[in-house]
Design a protein around this ligand. Sequence first.
Ligand SMILES: [Zn+2]
Length: 421
Amino acid sequence: MEGKRLTTIISILFISGFWLISCSQKQVVILDEGDLTAKAREIHDRVLTVDTHCDTPMVIVRGDWDIGERHEPGQRGSGKIDLPRMAEGGLDAEFFAVFVGQGERTPEGYAIAKERATRLLDAIHKMCKDYPHLVELALTPEDAYRLEREGKRAAFIGMENGYPIGKDISLIKKYYDRGIRYITLCHSSDNDICDSSTDRRNPEDNGLSDFGKQVVVECNRLGIMVDVSHVSDKSFFDVLKITKAPVIASHSSVRALCDHQRNLSDEMLEALASNGGVIQICFVSSFVKKAKPNPERDKALAELREKYGSLRETRDEAQREKIRQEYRAILEKYPTDMATIKDLIDHIDHVVKLIGVDHVGIGTDFDGGGGIEGCNNVSELPNITVELVRRGYSEEDIRKIWGGNIMRVLGKVIEIAGKTK
Ligand SMILES: [Zn+2]
């Protein structure tokens, strides 16, 4: 068909509310919004879908909440993930985080961290024991693909913050034996392994420590993925210098689109691609899009702090609840503009344009601060695929983004560990 006529027809179709989807074979298929959603759902259900980060184990250990039950989205205390909603949202595999916040770097501190990690690990194993018909522990890509065929959820485990290792390298093997398949080297503060991207008390960046180097070597030896989310820029490049296996950023976004230290710069993304690794785009709204300044909200929050002091330092539970209530009321009165699915997919587009489709995936951080407009709990994950299809991603690309890339990295990490044994 002649170019000009085609353009005219395309314009008319757009005006009539149709979408044009260009397939990998360069055919042009015309879908209306309903067809587009249906096509996306079919793809979503056919491919292995993996989310590499959620903090749901923190909700499980509370003890008053059951992951095997469906919780209505949006209700207070419903959480963002449970097993029934995972099935609804077509999520096949989740990396449940054993998250331990950074505390004192003392023997007492390490003991508390170890105990906390054990409690979270126990909770994840208990979930698999309580609901064997719904979910099973996964350790390898083969496990994930098998469970997908069986219609069960795959529960991987990642450790967020290497703090529970303390200074005892032998603990990494113990955590590996309990199913941990990635370790995020640090969290919001510097630790014995490396410097964090967000430690305000200690802004100088010393990168990876000598102990941290041993941790990376031990992860490579055992077949644990090294996770560079949360680490400082120098730590990131130090890790890449010594790792023998590809690394992951389990929940980080793109700094070029949202200037935040937690996000990866283009230089980092290029280095990640050379390493064969993958960035799993994070759903924390403030890492996806900078919120517009809101002086009225800032003023109200400052007044709240003035009135009660900081929540962190308040011990009295009744007082804490009062602060939380007032805090929520302020956020409701002056809502922040949340990032949208389109904003999030812009991050995927950026990575794909810069380093290719083999190095990007999904790391929601649900129950740890993740949630955007249109995808604010696990049952809404198919909306991500709808936007990918709308933007012309092929089924093969979507397969890579949703799980193929991260499973490739895990497979490679296991293969490299096998060679060093
Ligand atoms: Zn995190």
